[in-house]
Design a binder for this molecule. Structure first.
Ligand code: DPM
Length: 356
């Protein structure tokens, strides 16, 4: 009996189709490494799933999509939770840690048009066309790039949103993460991909992560095999930036990161909600430190932006974590502080006007 339960790993997931697809993807990656293990999915609803009629930025709760799952993790009802990393706050609750960041999919945002606008782009849509998104980050940047468009909140999971677009005439197009659309198998609905000049993506967009109890050494060891180094470097830098900017889901902050020739480049922007003000800055650091062969993988584990990683990559991870923090400080000191404080105030007033 003891052996049997040891081989069963219980995995917590939200119920939405996207969440389940992501959870199954992580399980099949683990199955390839640990063929003897069994995985059981336990689904749960979060506040983010239950409240469908308000914009995320107006609900005023940071861990919208994670709280109920984390409670189940804490009482050992489940052993791990699969998330979109961008939905995880930059500071996790006590006793929780991210033990794997899976190889990032394309992090850019994409546009899906109502069938009647097939062949259009955001630029060529008629003036006053309504774009559906509840992301203050997308709205701020797109208002700046495309002042002829109007923006309206749209909530619900991806299936609900696509139905709202296709079956009614309320929206001309939706802006969504390309990674989510592709995971759902909706590649053919992607009509336009937004580059960094039009819309920088969200911190950690396109990366999946596995959260566990911080004292679960076995699970940490098991999940370390899923860690993808470049994704880890990018997401540690981006999360360190967001933590310093003190922005969560509701902050109009966009990033753009790449790793080339041993160097990580991070660009980030803080915007006012209407996009009229923007502080955008970049920084780079080398990440090609040679890993010391003296240290075994399991030694000196440490957390960077709440992600545990083996000691052997510590130099590079420390460098990118510092880079993210330093870039945030530079942005705050160059006008970003006032912009983000004003955006935060405006969001707060929206919450007060529309109580839950
Ligand atoms: C967060 C935001 C959104 C999600 C805010 C933002 C989008 C909300 C909206 C933090 N989480 O991006 O500025 O469009 O109203 C979410 C999606 C994915 C993970 C869906 C999406 C896709 C998969 C991924 C919701 N979380 O952004 O289209 O990025 O791994």
């Amino acid at each position: 009996m003891a052996d049997e339960t040891e081989n069963v790993i219980r995995v917590g997931s939200r119920k939405s189709e996207l969440a389940m697809i992501q959870t199954r993807k992580i399980i099949s990656a683990l199955k390839e490494i640990y063929s003897e293990k069994e995985f059981q999915i336990e689904t749960m609803e979060t506040i983010g799933d239950k409240i469908q009629d308000k914009a995320l930025s107006k609900i005023g709760e940071k861990s919208l999509f994670t709280k109920e799952l984390e409670q189940a993790l804490a009482v050992k009802q489940v052993d791990m939770i699969v998330h979109s990393l961008k939905d995880l706050p930059t500071t996790l609750p006590d006793g929780m840690v991210i033990a794997a960041v899976y190889k990032r999919d394309d992090p850019h945002d994409a546009v899906v048009f109502h069938p009647r606008y097939a062949g259009k782009t955001l630029r060529t849509l008629p003036s006053g066309s309504v774009i559906g998104t509840s992301s203050v980050r997308r709205v701020a940047q797109l208002k700046k790039s495309y002042p002829h468009l109007a923006f309206k909140d749209v909530r619900g999971n991806l299936n609900t949103r696509l139905r709202k677009l296709d079956d009614a005439n309320d929206y001309s197009a939706l802006v969504l993460a390309k990674a989510g659309l592709e995971r759902m198998g909706w590649n053919s609905r992607i009509n336009q991909v937004l580059g960094p000049n039009e819309c920088m993506y969200s911190v950690s967009q396109g990366a999946m992560a596995v959260e566990i109890r911080a004292d679960d050494d076995k699970m940490i060891e098991c999940l370390s095999k899923l860690q993808h180094m470049d994704t880890l470097l990018e997401c540690v830098a981006e999360r360190a930036l967001l933590r310093k900017l003190e922005g969560g889901c509701s902050a109009p902050v966009g990033v753009y990161t790449d790793i080339k020739e041993g160097e990580l480049h991070l660009t980030a922007a803080a915007l006012s909600l209407d996009g009229s003000e923007c502080v955008k800055m970049s920084m780079s650091t080398r990440v090609d430190f040679s890993s010391s062969s003296e240290i075994r993988e399991s030694d000196n584990r440490q957390a960077y932006s709440s992600i545990v990683a083996p000691g052997k990559c510590s130099e590079a991870l420390k460098a990118v974590e510092d880079l993210g923090t330093d870039l945030a400080i530079k942005i705050l000191e160059n006008g970003g502080r006032e912009i983000l404080e004003a955006a935060h105030e405006e969001n707060k007033q929206n919450v007060q006007q529309k109580p839950l």
